[in-house]
Design a protein around this ligand. Structure first.
Ligand SMILES: [Zn+2]
Length: 284
């Protein structure tokens, strides 16, 4: 089938109290792994590409691979821009056939974030493209800040209500204690805050930086209303560890397929595990 709009997948997930996995791709093997995992679990899925992925692979490769994968697949697939930061970049993705975009205006003051988000919504909603925004700041695990400094960046429930009233955005990424990259310890999520946000906001909520968040915490977040969960780092780890193992086991190997094949299989396996945790098995 053709790529579907993300909002369609998230509305169903919200009603069904599960989450749709949003998995980052960088190359053909990872696109194939995401689709193979979704097919095996009969789950809807979001393939997402960051600015870095687009720069690495080229936007035409990302869209062509993903559209082909969607056409051949029996499960619904959305193609989403992860952390778009400029209007021009979002429009480039819209022109190339992305079915969803994130405009991350979280580094701007609130009113500027609202204005940027609305500019994007006005430009792409009539094309059937969904829009995710971010409120609060989801940092990186490498950011050298204390826990209290990080908490100051968490999403304010009242602000979330105001933001959604002013933008009518399709999905909202919130900061409740997750971060991008590999965690040094175990992340602690602010579930009370999540519940407070959910009580004020009916928009589908998105959890970024979810690799390395323990399974029970992911389930808890989903039960409290998160319906899109982003996974990138766990795929990188699985892919690269498997590729490295394949090479270490046979230093004379020169066939890239002997390295990329096991990497693709390892990525498929971890994505299937996540889909099961998210509760989206059989929801395609
Ligand atoms: Zn993110």
């Amino acid at each position: 089938m053709a790529l579907v709009s993300m909002v369609e997948l998230l509305d169903k997930a919200q009603k069904g109290k599960y989450a749709v996995g949003a998995f980052n791709c960088n190359n053909m093997e990872i696109v194939q792994a995401i689709v193979a995992a979704a097919e095996a679990e009969k789950a809807p899925v979001i393939i997402q590409a960051s600015q870095g992925a687009i720069k690495y692979a080229g936007i035409e490769y990302i869209t062509t691979l993903t559209k082909l994968a969607a056409e051949k697949a029996s499960v619904p697939i959305a193609l989403h821009l992860d952390h778009g930061t400029s209007f021009a970049q979002v429009m480039q993705c819209a022109r190339h056939g992305f079915s969803s975009v994130m405009i991350d205006g979280s580094k701007h003051p609130l009113e500027d974030n609202i204005a940027l988000t609305n500019k994007v919504i006005e430009a792409v909603r009539h094309l059937g493209i969904s829009v995710e925004a971010e409120l609060g700041k989801i940092g990186g695990t490498e950011d050298d800040i204390t826990v209290s400094e990080r908490e100051a960046l968490f999403t304010d429930p009242e602000e979330a209500e105001y933001f959604v009233q002013k933008t009518q955005v399709d999905a909202l990424a919130i900061a409740i204690g997750t971060a991008h990259g590999q965690y040094k310890g175990t992340p602690k999520l602010d579930f009370d805050r999540l519940t407070q946000i959910r009580e004020r906001v009916s928009t589908p909520l998105v959890l970024h930086g979810s690799s390395g968040v323990p399974e029970d915490a992911l389930r808890e977040a989903i039960s409290r209303g998160v319906c899109k969960v982003n996974i990138d780092t766990n795929i990188r780890e699985a892919f690269v560890f498997a590729a490295r193992q394949a090479l270490e086991g046979n230093p004379k190997e020169i066939d890239p397929r002997k390295m990329l094949g096991p990497a693709r299989e390892a990525a498929t396996k971890i994505i299937q595990e996540k889909i099961r945790i998210f509760g989206s098995v059989g929801k395609a």
